[in-house]
Write a protein that binds this ligand. Structure first.
Ligand code: TXA
Ligand code: MG
Length: 318
């Protein structure tokens, strides 16, 4: 069984030995391995039970370290690095040839990011290689936001989990690439679109690329909760689902007609950051409730609300 602890030196040694370690980031917990060791990367896919090889994100301590693995950094990419690293932004850039194919799924680009979590910053600085790290959940499950979540799903498959507390952002990083020079968002996430546009101007959105081999891994329905989730107007859904035991995932207000035991409110004060922080943990809790269906309402569609709604849509019955 995996040990949960705070020993960064131990984590570094395991990673040097080609082993897997659960690591905290500000977004979600990652399942990390040496990104330059193809055998170690294979273990990531085995442990997660991924049916196919999705490209992974390489994590590095700072922009200078990133520059040793990518090429053709445009002025726009530089602006984004300066503005948002370390932080919840992943950039997709042309890769250098030494980056293993198994990290990029054979693409000529690689996803790179500089996480801000102090524990993982310290870990990356002890290593002379980048860490490839997908979210530390089993395939098809919601991303973990605590060390215990990682332990629940992967505890019997990895030796060590670094415990850095509950993640602050709670949503995966926002992924930005460049399509013929145009900035393009491949995944909504912990950095708001508006914040990006404030720095580089208008960006395209290119989501749900499941049929496009250029962006594998962006499956439309990536995560399906164990209990079916319906997204929409709560009063309409409550009528439609009459007779079923319903749980409610609300944005800021509870339903008066329902016992609080079956409700989770993402942010009673209507704060988008708090809502993002709570989303995955609440979905996990609701999966263990004695209910037949989850009714969820959308967050207001601005800032992180866009990413929250994206995850809710992917989790919902289509
Ligand atoms: O916040 C995060 O990004 C977390 C933490 C652990 O850093 N990591 C994470 O990794 O969410 P993962 O593997 O669950 O998601 C990586 C996404 C995939 O959807 C994949 O399609 C996309 O990144 N991706 C990776 N390389 C790519 C590339 N070269 N081009 C386009 N998309 C890429
Ligand atoms: Mg994931």
């Amino acid at each position: 069984m995996a040990e949960i602890g705070t020993d960064i030196t131990k984590a570094a040694q395991l990673l040097r030995d080609g082993q897997l370690v659960g690591i905290p980031t500000e977004t979600v917990y990652g399942l990390a391995a040496n990104a330059l060791d193809a055998d170690a990367i294979l273990r990531i896919f085995e442990a997660k039970g991924r049916p196919h090889f999705d490209p992974l994100i390489m994590h590095l301590p700072d922009a200078d370290a990133v520059k040793a693995h990518v090429c053709d950094i445009t002025p726009m990419a530089l602006k984004l690095m300066d503005a948002f690293w370390p932080g919840p932004l992943t950039l997709v850039l042309p890769r250098q040839s030494h980056v293993p194919d198994i990290v990029t799924s054979g693409l000529d680009t690689v996803a790179v990011r500089v996480p801000s979590h102090p524990m993982t910053q310290a870990l990356l600085r002890q290593l002379d290689f980048p860490l490839a790290a997908p979210s530390a959940n089993l395939f098809g499950h919601v991303s973990p936001t605590t060390a215990q979540h990682v332990h629940d799903q992967l505890g019997d498959r990895i030796p060590y989990i670094l415990d850095g507390g509950a993640t602050t952002v709670g949503l995966e990083s926002t992924i930005v690439g460049f399509e013929e020079g145009m900035p393009t968002i491949y995944r909504l996430g912990g950095l708001g679109v508006e914040e990006i546009e404030r720095v580089i101007g208008p960006v395209h959105l290119m989501l749900n690329q499941s049929s496009d081999p250029k962006a594998p891994g962006m499956l439309k329905s990536h995560y399906a909760p164990r209990i079916p989730l319906h997204l929409g107007n709560p009063s309409v859904l409550l009528l439609q689902l009459e007779g079923k035991r319903i749980g409610f995932l609300g944005f800021n207000l509870p339903l008066r007609a329902m016992t609080m035991e079956r409700q989770r409110i993402l942010s009673p004060k209507g704060d988008m950051k708090e809502a993002a922080h709570n989303l995955f943990a609440y979905l996990r809790e609701m999966e263990t409730m004695d209910i037949d269906v989850i009714v969820a309402e959308e967050a207001p569609g601005m800032g992180l609300g866009k990413a929250i709604n994206d995850r809710l849509r992917r989790a919902s019955v289509q």
